[in-house]
Design a protein. Structure first.
Length: 436
C-alpha cells in the first residue's frame, strides 16, 4: 500500500498480437532467397546505396569498423561459436547473416561489372549488385585493395569462418574470423510480425512520496510533472509495448518565503553572491551577465570579464545565481506586476492589491561592454528568456514598467521569484495495479 492520489494504472508491456501472413520480399528475390539491396552500414542499418561499401565486421561480432586505418579497440582474438549468434548479428531487424545454402542459391546468377557483381533472378530478371570492397586483416590493418569477400553465418573451425568469394567463381571459402569483411543480409522469413500495444495512464503523487516505483522505473526525488513514455521491445519479435504516463507531482502547499504579489512570490532583496540574497531590500546586490553565474562587484575591476554572448533560449538552471528554491523570473512573472508599482526615489515599490504587502526594487549601476562600470542609476533587471543571439529580455521602468532588451554581455542585478508550486496535495491510500 502506498500513499498516493492517483488513478489505477494497468500496463500491458508484454501483450503482443502476432500475424502469420506472408509478406513480400523487402529486398530482391533471387532463386527464392530475399537479399537486401545494400550492405550493412552501422549495426542495424543499411548503407544508403547498393554501391556503398557499408562498414566492416569481424565474424560473430556486432561492432562495425569504418574504412580507415584507426585500430583503436580492435579485438584480435577469434570469436567462438559454430554459427553467428543472433545477439551479434549487425543486420537490421527482420534480416540476418546468410547461410552457405543461400550463397549456393546464387552461384549461377552472377556477372561482373567493373567493381561490382550483378546477380539476377533468372525468372523475374530482377537484380542486385554487391560491390568489391577493401577489408581489414590482422590487427585491424586496413587493406585497401578491392576484394569480394562477404561473411556467411557458419564457422569452419576455431580460427576461421566461411565467407563468400568470387575467385574463380561465387563459392564458399574460409578466412580468419578476426578479419573484418562487409555484410550483405537476407530476409529472416521466420520473424513474426506484430502490432504495437499502446496504453495511456495518469498518476498523481505527492512530492513527499518520492522516490516512487512505477513498473520497472523508480522516479527519484526532484522528479517533475510531465509525460513519460515507456517503450519495451520483445527480444524475439521486436514488437513494441508503449505506455504513455502522465505523471503529476503535487507539491505541499507552503507560505511564500518572500512577498506574494498577484500570485507570484518575489524575493525581498536582490541576489548578492551566487546562492545568497543581499542583506536589505535597498541593497544593490551583485551584477550578473545573462545566463552566467559569475557575480560582478560594484567596482571598476574587469579581471576575467567574458565579452562573448551566452547561448541558449532560456537561463539554464545550472547558471541560475538565485538561492535554492528560487529562480530568475519569466516575462509572465513581470507582466503580473505591471500595474502594481509606484516610484519612490531610487526604488520602485510593488504592492499586492489584495493584501497590501509590498517589495521594493532599487535602481542600480550596471556594467556594460568590456565590463565597464556605469554608475548612472537605472532600473534594469534580467528575465530568463533570450531575445536573439546577442540580446536578452529585461524588466525596464522607462517610461513605465515593461519588457525591453539589452546585450547579454552586460551585467545587471537579479531579483528572484520562488520556484514552487502552490498546488495542495491530499493523501489518499490506494493500491496501484501494475501488470507487466
Amino acid at each position: 500500500m502506498k500513499k498516493i492520489l492517483c488513478l489505477s494504472c494497468i500496463l500491458f508491456f508484454c501483450e503482443h498480437v502476432f500475424s502469420q501472413e506472408a509478406k513480400p520480399c523487402p529486398g530482391v528475390l533471387i532463386n527464392g532467397v530475399c537479399w537486401a539491396k545494400s550492405n550493412v552500414d552501422k549495426p542495424g542499418s543499411f548503407a544508403s546505396t547498393p554501391e556503398a561499401w557499408g562498414m566492416l565486421y569481424q565474424w560473430n561480432r556486432i561492432r562495425g569498423w569504418p574504412h580507415n586505418t584507426d585500430t583503436t579497440g580492435w579485438d584480435d582474438t577469434d570469436a567462438g561459436g559454430d554459427y553467428w549468434e543472433a545477439n551479434n548479428d549487425p543486420c537490421p531487424y527482420g534480416w540476418r547473416v546468410p547461410t552457405q545454402e543461400e550463397l549456393n542459391s546464387i552461384k549461377g546468377c552472377n556477372v561482373r561489372e567493373e567493381h561490382v557483381w550483378k546477380i539476377t533472378d533468372p525468372a523475374t530478371g530482377k537484380s542486385m549488385i554487391i560491390p568489391y570492397t577493401p577489408t581489414r586483416e590482422y590487427y585491424g590493418t586496413y587493406h585497401g585493395l578491392f576484394a569480394w569477400f562477404y561473411w556467411v553465418n557458419s564457422a569452419y573451425d576455431n580460427d576461421e569462418a566461411f565467407a563468400a568469394t568470387t575467385v574463380p567463381y561465387i563459392r564458399a571459402t574460409t578466412l580468419p574470423k578476426k578479419w573484418a569483411l562487409p555484410m550483405r543480409c537476407v530476409a529472416d522469413w521466420n520473424v513474426q510480425e506484430c502490432e504495437d500495444i499502446k496504453r495511456d495512464t495518469s498518476v498523481t503523487i505527492c512530492a513527499k512520496d518520492l522516490p516512487y516505483d512505477f513498473c520497472d522505473t523508480v522516479f527519484q526525488e526532484g522528479t517533475l510533472s510531465g509525460t513519460y513514455i515507456f517503450q519495451r521491445i520483445q527480444a524475439l519479435t521486436g514488437c513494441d509495448s508503449i505506455v504513455t504516463l502522465k505523471l503529476t507531482v503535487a507539491q505541499e502547499a507552503k507560505p511564500c518565503p518572500g512577498v506574494l504579489i498577484k500570485g507570484v512570490c518575489w524575493a525581498k532583496s536582490n541576489v548578492d553572491k551566487p546562492g545568497t540574497f543581499a542583506s536589505t531590500p535597498e541593497a544593490f546586490g551583485m551584477l550578473y551577465q545573462w545566463n552566467r553565474k559569475k557575480a560582478w562587484a560594484h567596482n571598476t575591476d574587469t579581471t576575467g570579464w567574458d565579452d562573448t554572448d551566452a547561448g541558449g533560449d532560456y537561463w539554464e538552471a545550472n547558471n541560475d545565481p538565485c538561492p535554492y528554491g528560487w529562480r530568475v523570473p519569466t516575462q509572465e512573472d513581470l507582466n503580473s506586476i505591471k500595474d502594481c508599482y509606484v516610484r519612490e526615489g531610487y526604488v520602485l515599490k510593488m504592492t499586492d492589491p489584495t493584501t497590501g504587502k509590498s517589495i521594493i526594487m532599487p535602481r542600480t549601476p550596471t556594467r556594460i561592454y568590456y565590463g565597464t562600470y556605469r554608475e548612472g542609476f537605472v532600473w534594469n533587471y534580467w528575465v530568463n528568456s533570450a531575445y536573439d543571439n546577442d540580446e536578452a529580455y529585461v524588466m525596464h521602468a522607462v517610461p513605465y514598467l515593461r519588457i525591453s532588451t539589452l546585450p547579454k554581455k552586460w551585467a545587471l542585478p537579479v531579483r528572484c521569484v520562488a520556484d514552487w508550486n502552490v498546488q495542495e496535495c491530499e493523501d489518499k491510500e490506494e493500491e496501484v495495479e501494475v501488470t507487466i
